[in-house]
Design a protein around this ligand. Structure first.
Ligand code: ADP
Length: 310
């Protein structure tokens, strides 16, 4: 049986090493011990939604190796259904992350098993919301969006991490016309709009690309909801940030959960009000997650979010 929220996306082992500086070409730098953490945008989004109480399944792929088992364990212990996570004959995807004292991360992603996720793996029938992110092959992303829209699901596309190729391949009005909510951060929005400076974008232009509405996340400043009524700022709760890793994925998982549970009465006015409420809640979820360390381990339950006063 299909879950209410179907997440299509990557599952990666995050291999994190702290170092005084990142190595340049031809150079060797000694770092700290390797920490191996469950990650990947798809797995993170699914875990965030499940912890918030959604009935969620991940459509993904892992290898038959210890990293794959780590990811499956983490998904299952959060309550994510994993029957649609295929085990394939490739190594589990890995993100090699160097963390330096300036707080900057540099990340090399090896897609591995994620590259084996095919359009045929996706059957959105019965899902209320389909949440799609990148780090899986573009034809798979494209098919997930169009098949989900055709099946009557609400589609949230988190265009992250975005590449030039993804922009030219995916942002045809036909693909993005199937998207209810396009989710991007400032840099992704700038790339999509062909703007030089992320601080200087016209967010209304995002709707010209085809989606019904869009959200631009602005880090500690919150998010911008873009609908046919124009842009609307939703501030983030002010918090002492401990670790912002996976904040965008927490936001995406919360949005998908809110949209799956919201009652859509169908009028345009209600559509905008419903989206604003969903984004306010997602901003609370994401802010609470940045007060804790890690990505998946930092994601709160709905009760924790309700009881939390920043
Ligand atoms: P990404 O991680 O994808 O680059 P952002 O940095 O924009 O995305 O963060 C996503 C969301 O997480 C923001 O819209 C905001 O709601 C929340 N968030 C991120 N950083 C903070 C912070 N320092 N304080 C409060 N909320 C934050």
């Amino acid at each position: 049986m299909t879950a209410e929220v179907l997440v299509v996306g990557s599952a990666n082992a995050d291999l994190v090493v702290a170092a005084d500086r990142r190595p340049g070409g031809g150079e060797t730098v000694l770092g700290g011990d390797t920490r191996v953490l469950p990650g990947g945008k798809g797995a993170n989004t699914a875990v965030a939604a499940a912890r918030l109480g959604a009935d969620v399944a991940l459509v993904g792929a892992v290898g038959d190796d210890p990293h794959g088992r780590l990811l499956l364990d983490s998904l299952r212990s959060a309550g994510v259904r994993t029957e649609l996570v295929r085990t394939v004959d490739r190594p589990t995807g890995a993100a090699y992350i160097t963390v330096t004292p300036d707080g900057e991360n540099s990340i090399l992603v090896s897609p591995g098993a994620n590259a084996a996720l095919r359009p045929a793996d996706i059957d959105p029938a019965g899902a209320k919301v389909v949440a799609v992110s990148m780090e899986v092959p573009l034809p798979t992303v494209e098919h997930a969006v169009t098949a989900a829209a055709a099946a009557g699901a609400r589609v949230v596309l988190n265009l992250s991490p975005v590449t030039e190729l993804a922009v030219t391949t995916l942002t045809t009005p036909t693909t993005l016309a199937g998207v209810d909510l396009l989710l991007v951060n400032e840099h992704e929005a700038a790339l999509l709009l062909g703007a030089e400076d992320p601080a200087n974008i016209d967010p209304a232009g995002l709707l010209d690309r085809g989606p019904r509405s869009a959200v631009v996340t602005l880090g500690a400043r919150g998010a911008l909801l873009v609908t046919e009524d124009g842009p609307l700022e939703v501030p983030a709760p002010r918090v002492e940030a401990v670790d912002t890793t996976g904040a965008g994925d927490a936001f995406a998982g919360a949005l998908a959960t809110a949209l799956a549970t919201a009652l859509d009465t169908g009028t345009e006015q209600d559509h905008v009000v419903e989206l604003r409420r969903a984004i306010e809640w997602a901003a609370r979820v994401a802010a609470l997650s940045v007060t804790r360390s890690g990505a998946q381990p930092s994601y709160p339950t709905a009760d924790e979010v309700a009881r939390w006063s920043p």
